[in-house]
Each structure stands twice: as structure tokens, then as C-alpha cells.
Design a protein around this ligand. Sequence first.
Ligand SMILES: C[S@@+](CC[C@H](N)C(=O)[O-])C[C@H]1O[C@@H](n2cnc3c(N)ncnc32)[C@H](O)[C@@H]1O
Length: 177
Amino acid sequence: VDDAEDDWTYSQKFDYIHGRLLFSCFNDMAGVVRKAYDELEPGGYLEMQEINCRLHGVDDTTKGTAIQRWTDLIIEGAARFGKDWECGARLKEFFFAAGFEEVVELHYAFPTNMWPKSRHKKLVGLYQMTNMLDGMQGISTRVLTKGLGMSIEEMELFLVDVREALQNRHIHGYWPV
Ligand SMILES: C[S@@+](CC[C@H](N)C(=O)[O-])C[C@H]1O[C@@H](n2cnc3c(N)ncnc32)[C@H](O)[C@@H]1O
């Protein structure tokens, strides 16, 4: 309903503010963290859950793959609109800069697919792969066409390779969360 980058005009302060998967939304994530700080009661909490859009790998298998190139390109495309799609990785810095104390950062990973050995990570990977297969076109269209100047046809052809790489269990990639 409201743009979190506008002035916050709530009539009361909050004990707890939560945000999740907002890395793509703001021109200035640090500014939103500052606004949240200002709207909290003393002793209140801000919790943010974010993904770093850049693909990471546990080994070299991600290097030179279409899925690696895709995340590099969407981050570059988003930057053309003034958006930092890696801002999730800087939240701790933003929290401290805003004035928060006792900042706790917990690290998780979303595997690209079911490549990990453990049952739990396989399940998380399955969810993430399904999510990304579903969302890939929507995530890509504006940043790759308007941002980087690809034609729709060029993008769709590229995404064929990206989807194939996403499902390839020999590629050991993950997104830091
Ligand atoms: C990826 S969704 C995440 C939704 C939800 N937090 C979750 O984790 O399921 C991003 C949400 O942020 C909202 N959004 C985008 N830009 C925003 C802005 N400037 N201020 C507030 N919300 C925004 C979108 O409408 C969308 O609902």
C-alpha cells in the first residue's frame, strides 16, 4: 500500500518491524533501515531476511555457467535502475550505521537445486529451484531488456540455458541468505 521509501507517517512507534525479500525494491536499503530505526520504540527489533542475488559456489562448478552469468547480468541490469540487488549482503553494516545495537546476522543458503547431500538441503534446493523456474522470466524481463538492451527473443533463448543450468546437479551453486 505504502512506499517504504516515502516518509513513514504512522501515528505510533513499533516494537517489532519485519521485512523479507525486499532486496529488489528500494533505491536505498540503508535509508529504509534508518527509517525503521526511527519508528521503533527504544529496545525494539528490526528483523530482515534477505537473499544475495549473486550466485555463489562451493567449488568451481558454477564458473562460466549460464546460471552464474544470469545472476551477474540481472545484478548489472538492476544497477542501471539504481538498484543494488546485492544489498542483502550489507544489512549488518546498514543496521550498525542506523544505530542498532546487538545486531545478529544468521547465514543460510538456498541451493540451486537438489545437489546437496543432506535431506533438508535437498528440500530447500527443490523449493528454490521451483521458485526460480517459476519466477525467472518475471525477474529477468525488465532488467535484461530495458536495463541491458536484450531483445525479448534474445532473453528467452538465454533463459533456456539458464533453466537447464539451474536444474543441473553437477553445478554446486547456492544463494547466500
Ligand atoms: C518479493 S516480494 C516479498 C513479499 C513478502 N515480504 C514475502 O517475503 O513473501 C516483495 C514485496 O515488496 C513490495 N514492494 C516493492 N517495492 C516496495 C516499496 N518501495 N515499498 C514497500 N513495499 C514494496 C512488493 O509489492 C512485494 O509485495
